[in-house]
Design a protein around this ligand. Structure first.
Ligand code: PNS
Length: 160
């Protein structure tokens, strides 16, 4: 069975993430979307909230599972029996950090490949950070994130 891990902070999941997950699910037998702690970021949503939002957003894709971990991604992928780590790549600005992580994960777990999927054009400017900023300042994010996420962002901003 071909298993892929889609790792990320998902704080929160956006339609850009969802597009990558859906496309990966068409290629692999099973896709595990794994929410990780990124020590360089202070999350708006708790791990449990991020997992809940992903469960809601991916409920229509039968071969997708959602999980959470606070350890090393390479260990997680090995334990899962995954062959591939799938990540979305937006623009040149993503490349340096992604290249570094991919090389480090290869060093830690040589049997696991990292594969990059080009983000769809319509989501190439989208990030969880920009969505959070727009929502916090009262902008409409309804076309950028799943419905449940838009509702939770409005709640966090005190507009519900
Ligand atoms: O959505 P993000 O914040 O860009 O995702 C980054 C993430 C969570 C994939 C990365 O921080 C990660 O892999 N964290 C797990 C801990 C780990 O393995 N760190 C070493 C990475 S080479």
């Amino acid at each position: 069975m071909r298993i892929a891990v889609c790792p990320g902070s998902f704080d929160p999941v956006t339609l850009g993430h969802l597009d990558i997950i859906e496309r990966a699910a068409r290629i692999f037998d099973k896709v595990v979307v794994a929410v990780f702690t990124n020590p360089q970021k202070t999350p708006l949503f708790s791990m449990e909230e991020r997992v809940d939002m992903l469960l809601e957003a991916t409920g229509h894709i039968p071969n997708v599972e959602v999980d959470a971990s606070s350890g090393l991604l390479s260990d997680y992928a090995l334990k899962l029996g995954a062959q591939v780590i799938v990540k979305g790549l937006r623009a040149i600005s993503d490349f340096e950090a992604e290249f570094q992580m991919a090389r480090m994960n290869k060093k830690l777990a040589p049997s696991i490949e990292t594969m990059f999927m080009m983000t769809a054009n319509e989501y190439s400017y989208l990030s969880s950070s920009i969505v959070k900023e727009v929502a916090r300042l009262g902008g409409c994010v309804g076309q950028l994130v799943p419905q449940g996420v838009a509702r939770r962002l409005a709640e966090k901003a005190g507009r519900s």
